[in-house]
Design a protein around this ligand. Structure first.
Ligand SMILES: [Zn+2]
Length: 494
């Protein structure tokens, strides 16, 4: 989700201020906020017990080196994931084998590694083959940076995940004691590994990303994920019914699974799955070999994905011409939101888009790592290269705000909104500053504006709710919770 906002330090500063008046202690609140969701199924699994699904796990040398007892680490991950599959689908996972995976070379491209895995072990009916890729752990919450699966296939790969971001999140909260921290860290790491594992497995069952958060098939991991949700659950129960069948031949099993998934998507045209993925799958995959991504327009789906990740709005919009009208609408919505999040107005030089987004992300990474000197020098580079762009003052606002210099931050965020009126990050920080400096009447319209610009900015909803509470606007607060659920399909996040 938002890379610019919802930062823990800001959030906690505000939470401590606004919530200190009553209710649980700060320690209890921090534990509540940091404990990952307990996984629960939308509906109980069918009572007929299936034989467990078998997994062969291959870990490359770097993955092995990063874990102490690497075989046990791999088994533990599958056990956790098995618990989720058990209560969602009534089927467990068992490890058939954990083995070393000879590294094909110094190549970190997950697509190449996935192809190499399938060549190394093509698998068979009733068996899934998983590759664990070591190296620099990924700090991203974007599922597709962490893992990659063959859609309606039997192979997936996963990278090492950086536990340091979890440790940082917990370590900065001083109301916790060491035992709290250890317990929270373990719970968060286990939750994330298990959720990533079942997310990738679900792709092999034909599940696409859903346009929702707080569910396993969201595009982004969060500690709030507590299950698959009714949509993905229904699809996977359907495709599980088409196999695994240990008596089938390997190819026949996959054909049956793919057909079951296609039939399900055709029968549920309104399901809130990513429309681009749906189009690619329903129109393309059935005609393409399982190993080749479907091609649409002038770009493959993988290329569109890469352009989206890089923030290349103009390239994505150009490629959208080759997609269905529904997909085009979804891509233009993505483009609008991306422009707002990265303070990139229409007319921004197309050739600079990727650099502009990457530069902002690098500042964000430096800020998140607490490296203020590095952040400062990267902000200066942005200001020098794009002096009239809103990203410079917006990032500098964040930089100042993190250090508690709210008056300086306010002026910078104001400047960012003057340069680009739709700079959603700057508006959100202005709202947070107003609330933090006890000006709730000023915060309310600003936070309303954030939500109007980007309904997916969950922190803005939370802060607006607190603002209404501070103003005694009880009816508005209640209406806000209903609006949130209507806009996002999620329960109120607090
Ligand atoms: Zn995914």
């Amino acid at each position: 989700m938002s890379r610019r906002i919802g930062r823990l330090q800001w959030a906690l500063a505000l939470a401590a201020l606004v919530l200190a008046a009553c209710g649980p202690t700060p320690r209890e609140r921090a534990i509540g906020a940091l404990t990952p969701a307990k996984m629960t199924a939308a509906t109980a699994p069918a009572p007929d017990a299936r034989p467990p699904l078998r997994f062969r796990i291959y870990a490359d040398a770097r993955w092995q080196a990063q874990k102490g007892d690497w075989v046990r680490a791999a088994e533990a991950m599958v056990e956790q994931a098995s618990g989720i599959a058990q209560f969602e689908f009534g089927v467990g996972f068992v490890v058939e084998r954990v083995a070393p995976w000879p590294e094909p070379g110094p190549n970190d491209d997950l697509g190449d590694r996935l192809d190499a895995l399938a060549a190394h072990d093509p698998g068979e009916a009733g068996v899934w083959v998983v590759g664990l890729v070591g190296g620099v752990p990924v700090a991203s919450s974007d599922f597709d940076q962490i893992g990659l699966a063959r859609l309606a296939g039997r192979h997936f790969v996963m990278r090492s995940m950086a536990d340091v971001s979890e440790a940082d999140a917990i370590g900065s909260i001083d109301v916790l004691d060491d035992r709290d921290r250890r317990a929270l860290l373990r719970a968060r790491i286990e939750h994330r590994r298990a959720v990533v594992f079942v997310h990738e497995w679900a792709h092999t069952m034909g599940a696409l990303h859903v346009r929702d958060f707080g569910v396993v098939m969201a595009a982004t991991y969060s500690g709030r994920i507590k299950g698959f949700g009714a949509l993905s659950q229904a699809l996977i129960r359907e495709t599980l019914g088409a196999g695994p069948d240990a008596n089938a031949d390997a190819a026949a099993e996959l054909v049956a699974r793919r057909e079951a998934a296609l039939a399900w998507y055709r029968g549920h045209p309104d399901a809130k799955v990513d429309p681009v993925e749906r189009a690619a799958f329903v129109d393309g995959v059935q005609r393409a070999p399982a190993s080749a991504p479907p091609r649409r327009g002038s770009m493959t789906r993988a290329q569109v994905d890469a352009a989206m990740k890089a923030g290349q709005v103009s390239a994505v919009l150009a490629a959208a011409a080759g997609f269905t009208p529904e997909s085009q609408a979804s891509l233009s919505e993505w483009a609008r939101t991306t422009r707002r999040r990265f303070a990139m107005p229409v007319g921004f030089p197309a050739a600079d888009e990727g650099d502009y987004v990457a530069a902002q992300r690098s500042v964000d990474a430096a800020l998140s790592a607490g490296d203020m000197a590095l952040a400062e020098s990267r902000i200066a580079e942005i200001e020098a290269r794009w002096p009239e762009a809103a990203a410079g003052p917006q990032l500098r606002c964040d930089f100042e705000g993190r250090q508690g210099r709210f008056e300086a931050a306010r002026a910078l965020c104001r400047r960012a909104t003057e340069l680009h009126e739709e700079s959603v990050g700057a508006w959100l920080m202005l709202g947070m500053i107003a609330l933090h400096t006890r000006k709730p009447a000023e915060a309310a319209p600003i936070l309303e504006r954030v939500i109007a610009l980007d309904a997916r900015q969950t922190p803005a909803w939370v802060y607006l709710g607190r603002t209404y509470t501070a103003l005694g606007r009880t009816a508005d607060r209640e209406a806000l919770e209903a609006r949130f659920t209507e806009a996002t399909g999620e329960p109120w996040p607090e």
